[in-house]
Write a protein that binds this ligand. Sequence first.
Ligand code: GDP
Ligand code: MG
Length: 181
Amino acid sequence: MEQPDAILTSLKLLIIGESGVGKSSLLLRFTDDAFDPEQAATIGVDFKVKTITINQDKIKLAIWDTAGQERFRTLTPSYYRGGQGAILVYDVTNRDTFDRVDNWLTELETYSTNHDIVKMLVGNKCDMDETRAVSKDEGIKLARKHQMMFIESSAKTKEGVQCAFEELVEKIIQTPGLWEM
Ligand code: GDP
Ligand code: MG
């Protein structure tokens, strides 16, 4: 018998990037459709769970946040272990956070147990256009250079947030060997 509510698979997604770029805010927007401008950098959860439907398949996501440890470069290998998808976030108003995406890629390559982990580069805070320091074109180029998907987002206005997660998951589902039924 067909089970319409059965979960097709469970995936582990990681969110990485410099402190303050909006990782926790993106997660809160995606899971609870909320934005907290006072989001304290030190407050974070280990992970949040959300089930989404893609092409009529239910997919359970465990999305890992860093709980602020990224400031001290102390993310452990267990943070990365088993992740099928990674969201690499920078802040479009802060060039330094863009320049450091390379470091996060190196860290991901070092610790990731899935060599074909799917990567999505996210330029967050695109609502702050008046203080923008990184153009969309630069983001697109960096993403292309490292075979990443790319989107600009705003956890504040919701722009691009849903898309970032959903397109990442769709790509994972299309990648053979990365997940199991
Ligand atoms: P994290 O350290 O990467 O987890 O960053 P947070 O989610 O804690 O966000 C850092 C600060 O940036 C907070 O004050 C957020 O309210 C703010 N912030 C996050 N995303 C956005 C955004 O898309 N637009 C604007 N204007 N502010 C944001
Ligand atoms: Mg955080």
